[in-house]
Design a protein around this ligand. Sequence first.
Ligand code: PLP
Length: 253
Amino acid sequence: MALSRKPHVLVVGGSDSSGGAGIGRDIGTISALGVRTCIAVTAVTVQTHEAVLESHHLPPGLVADQMRAALQANKVAAIKIGMLATEQIIAAVAAVLRENRQIPAVLDPVLASSSGGPLLEADAIGTLTRDLMPLCRLVTPNLVELAVLAGSRPAVDDCEMLRQGQRLLDAGSQALLIKGGHATGPRSTDILVRPRQQPIRFDASRLAGSMRGTGCMLASAIAAHLANGTSLEDTVRKGKLFVFESFQKIEAA
Ligand code: PLP
């Protein structure tokens, strides 16, 4: 069959048997926004909502082969990257991004599940920041991820957070959406930082309760909107609204 001409998002990440996060969430989010998906699986995880029980990593060459086949089969208009598990998988994904620099990539730098189970090997952080992040249109760390990526402790105020963000921009990142700028209180603020531009703040009511997979959903929604040609700033606004409304629907159900 010929190449599908409808815009697709290529989802690169791990499966989560609990259904809370990972590629299941990504595909659900992107499909809900009316955009098609294709996938490259990096890892199969055995998870409940309380724990990561097992994590099996796919060979890096197989991850790259899946990506190249998905790109050949479809008109991929954006790439969403989640769990990468190892340094070798990061290098394989970076190699495919280098071959496809025209396609915007959104990286959710997943380090661990909210239950605390590790999803990326600790020695892979340098490769992530040096080799992969500069190839991505947007990276979406939360405060803990930002600190680890910047080689610091979690920021205690906005100034420190912006300094950590600047360190990653200096290391080559194109744009960061730092999630949860104000870590407590009724409002949650995400901040978009880019080189030589004023930070842009996105303020919303803090979600009551907790839902897993919100990081996956936000990055996926942003990738879906990027695939439709929306500007980066507007994709963030629309992505945040989508996560907020989805959460409200789930709470109300
Ligand atoms: N499991 C997988 C495979 C993921 O990709 C992610 C996040 O992207 C998580 C777990 C973590 O999700 P949560 O923070 O909701 O536990």
